[in-house]
Design a protein around this ligand. Structure first.
Ligand SMILES: C[S@@+](CC[C@H](N)C(=O)[O-])C[C@H]1O[C@@H](n2cnc3c(N)ncnc32)[C@H](O)[C@@H]1O
Length: 209
């Protein structure tokens, strides 16, 4: 119950704050609140992904970097995490934290809504609570396949439309819709994890790989 209340508060704060100029940092700080770990299970998510040291990973819609630092630890010093976001405030926060933590294996990337602008192909595109916000997803993910290295994966973690605020703000998407859209964009589902209450966590590969 407490977890649900925290989650709802987090979503509402994000929506309101991102809608107000200059308040994005507040929303990202909220997303980075350590209390989120209780239900978001970042360690479990990272373990589930089995990321090889030295991998190149894109954190698509990195926000304030909640998952970025976990990913950076998983890829290790020889790997790279591209923290991709369209929001400058998000990337500024990540850059500051990067300097504070001394993590040279993280690189902030300013994306556009239609292009992640990745400087090189990656082994894994990880995206948490972002897919539902993206526009023209069919075209986007079809094109993203060219940014995957051989055997590359796309991991999508997002909220299932359930409960009182179900889809009210377009802030959730059904697991089945993600799968159907990704298949239409040229991917196949390779894993479907039941790790987090109220969130689906699906892993895709390019269908022709
Ligand atoms: C709800 S936040 C999630 C942030 C982070 N992944 C987390 O779980 O804390 C969604 C983020 O996706 C970003 N975003 C939305 N559309 C995007 C796109 N097309 N490309 C990159 N980032 C995008 C937003 O700017 C926002 O920072």
């Amino acid at each position: 119950m407490i977890h649900n209340a925290l989650r709802t508060r987090m979503i509402l704060t994000l929506i309101v704050s991102l809608g107000l100029t200059g308040c994005a940092e507040v929303a990202y700080e909220r997303l980075n609140d350590p209390s989120r770990d209780t239900w978001q299970k970042p360690q479990g998510v990272i373990e589930t992904l089995s990321i090889a040291p030295g991998s190149r990973v894109a954190d698509l819609g990195a926000g304030g970097g909640y998952f970025t630092w976990h990913l950076a630890k998983a890829v290790g010093p020889r790997g790279t995490v591209y923290a991709v976001d369209i929001n400058k405030a998000a990337l500024d926060m990540i850059f500051k934290e990067m300097v504070a933590r001394g993590t040279p294996n993280v690189r902030p990337v300013r994306a556009t809504p239609n292009d992640p602008r990745l400087p090189e192909p990656v082994d894994l595109v990880f995206s948490c609570n972002t897919y539902h916000q993206m526009i023209d997803r069919d075209v986007y993910f079809r094109s993203l396949a060219s940014s995957l290295r051989p055997g590359g994966r796309v991991a999508i973690l997002d909220f299932e439309p359930r409960g009182f605020f179900s889809g009210m703000f377009g802030n959730r998407i059904a697991k089945e819709d993600v799968r159907l859209e990704m298949e239409a964009a040229g991917y196949r589902l390779v894993d479907d994890h039941q790790l987090i209450d109220q969130q689906h966590f699906q892993i895709f590969e390019a269908a022709d790989s």
